[in-house]
Write a protein that binds this ligand. Structure first.
Ligand code: ATP
Ligand code: MG
Length: 206
């Protein structure tokens, strides 16, 4: 059914009013957000896109010439697309600190030793204000498996340089980590091609 000119005019007026109200709310929120400081961002959940999100933010930060440190825990492979690309950039310091997944190593003591060694690298970055952004990829597992002392990790995060941003990724972020974080995104697993038999694809999954 086509609208009459009067109905159209009324629809347009209603839309303009709704947009004006929305703009007022958004402007007020922008006016309130005046603080500038480093953020702790946690990207967790069972869906794909946690590390991808961190790498996307890295691209943004690099656009401003920021210095970035990356610690990849658990994973041991160094032939990923992300490392080939970002790891070669002068503003990026990239460390692969894993020993394979825990179900590969089947050795808890060895995993703990690897986790503690890796954490030393992360702790050094978290104490160094020259890093504008630190990415701690898959750190959540080291906390949920209790491979690292949670208090030391949370203290190092809380006491990092004021303007330093940190992104932590991995499933099952602990309540204490979520509590400390400024921004938390939980990615849901609605569907994944792997379950339809598609193997990990270069440039997409690794
Ligand atoms: P990505 O690195 O692709 O952003 P992610 O960081 O969210 O994934 P990880 O647990 O680190 O998730 O998994 C890394 C690998 O496992 C990737 O190859 C990814 O495609 C795959 N993967 C992630 N989520 C799922 C899922 N829900 N089901 C199956 N495979 C997954
Ligand atoms: Mg990941």
């Amino acid at each position: 059914m086509t609208s009459t000119p009067e109905q159209l005019a009324e629809q347009n007026a209603r839309h303009a009013l709704r947009m004006a109200r929305k703009k007022a709310v958004i402007d007020a929120a922008i006016a309130r957000a005046t603080e500038e400081r480093g953020l702790l961002i946690v990207v967790t959940g069972n869906g794909k896109g946690k590390s991808t999100s961190a790498f996307g933010t890295m691209a943004r930060a690099l656009g401003y010439g920021m210095k970035i440190g990356v610690c990849q825990f658990l994973k041991s492979r160094t032939d990923t697309g992300e490392e080939a690309f970002f790891g070669a950039l002068p503003k990026v310091e990239w460390h692969v600190l894993g020993d394979g997944f825990t179900w590969d190593t089947q050795n808890r003591e060895q995993d703990i030793a690897t986790a503690e060694r890796g954490w030393q690298v992360a702790a050094r970055m978290l104490a160094d204000p020259s890093f504008d952004l630190v990415v701690l990829d898959e750190l959540t597992y080291l906390l949920s498996y209790q491979y690292l002392d949670a208090d030391s990790v949370l203290d190092a995060l809380a006491q990092r340089p004021e303007m330093q941003h940190v992104i932590v990724t991995g499933r099952g972020a602990t309540d204490a980590l979520i509590e400390l974080a400024d921004t938390v995104s939980v990615i849901a697993d609605e569907k994944h091609a792997y379950r339809a038999g598609v193997k990990a694809q270069r440039g997409i999954d690794l």
